[in-house]
Design a protein around this ligand. Structure first.
Ligand code: PBG
Length: 323
């Protein structure tokens, strides 16, 4: 039975009926706000390519977190910018490192806020790569030791979830083992399982001061041409003990989110990354796109593809505008 019996416009005729049959919903609890924490006091250093976002010292991050809690966000994810960078990324796993101190301060002030930490080395190495450099490339297995130590130090500081974003092989197993041995068998791992080597991270690298000083990340992050490989990455991370997985970036990889949703019955996050945010904001500043409509259409598409939650720089604006 088709037209004229079937008329799909019947269910689009007004907001009340459209609201009833809406298939995809957005809620503040689905958004995770990335925050950049830097040393010092009273610091709020705006990030030029990411309007509305800044590097914040701990005393400024804490009130920011209070807002996140009031807006009902799912949580925050912290990226640390250390005072010193070195070859060994020692600031990443120091118990008094910038991320560890920030976690302690936030959890003390707002114990109910879900605090995730990004577990990686690129902000902490002098060369900006995500691990130990041997023969001109990142050495996988030595880097695993750093990652496990970092995750344990974050958990010890009170992190609710640790999220490795380095793309080393075996990092989830190494982190799980480290956490369990240190008594953190209840700390979940959100793995950036399918993380592509993407141009869309460029504004983030200014924000986190983590651009590689030589070469690129293509020997560890995924080639954007591959989708079957993403399923292998996810499968392996789950076998190694990941509790939740992530696809990153989001908008150019909706097919990956969708396929992951179809195959894996675990919570799936998507990282709507810095460049995706900057593109929208630039168009908005030029008056070419409407912020609210663009933001909600993009976030909805990521949820429709199958993501349960979204790490996004729009978290606060979106939560604030939702009914
Ligand atoms: C750290 C990390 C990056 C992002 C999240 N964790 C940068 C990178 O891999 O170069 C990117 C986030 C964004 O662009 O918003 N490895």
């Amino acid at each position: 039975m088709a037209f004229p019996v079937q008329r799909l416009r019947r269910l689009r005729s007004g907001e009340p009926i459209r609201r009833l049959v809406r298939e995809t919903q957005l809620a503040p609890s689905q958004f995770i706000l990335p925050l950049f924490v830097c040393p010092g006091e009273g610091v709020r250093r705006e990030i030029g390519s990411m309007p509305g976002h800044a590097q914040l010292s701990i005393d400024n991050v804490v009130p920011e977190c209070e807002e996140c809690l009031a807006l009902g966000l799912g949580g925050v994810i912290l990226f640390g910018i250390p005072e010193h960078k070195d070859e060994m990324a020692s600031g990443a796993y120091a118990d008094d490192g910038i991320t560890q101190r920030a976690v302690r301060a936030i959890k003390k002030a707002h114990p109910k806020l879900l605090v995730m930490t990004d577990v990686c080395n690129c902000e902490y190495t002098s060369h900006g790569h995500c691990g130990f450099i041997k023969d001109g490339d990142v050495d996988n297995d030595i880097t695993l030791e750093w990652l496990a130590k970092t995750a344990v130090s974050h958990a010890r500081a009170g992190a609710d979830v640790v999220a490795p974003s380095d793309m080393m092989d075996g990092r989830v197993a190494a982190i799980r083992k480290g956490l369990d041995a240190a008594g953190f068998s209840n700390t979940p791992i959100l793995s950036y399982a399918a993380k592509y080597s993407s141009v869309f991270y460029s504004p983030f690298r200014d924000a986190a001061e983590s651009a590689p000083q030589f070469g690129d990340r293509r020997s560890y992050q995924m080639d954007p041409t591959n989708s079957r490989e993403a399923m292998r990455e996810i499968e392996l991370d789950l076998e190694e003990g990941a509790d939740m997985i992530m696809v990153k970036p989001a908008l150019a990889y909706l097919d990956i989110i969708h396929e992951a949703r179809r195959r894996f019955d675990v919570p799936i996050g998507a990282y709507h990354v810095s460049g995706e945010y900057s593109m929208v904001m630039a168009a908005v500043e030029k008056g070419w796109l409407d912020l609210e409509r663009t933001m909600f259409e993009v976030l909805t598409s990521i949820r429709r593809a199958g993501a349960d939650f979204i790490l996004t720089y729009f978290s606060k604006i979106a939560a604030d505008l939702l009914p």
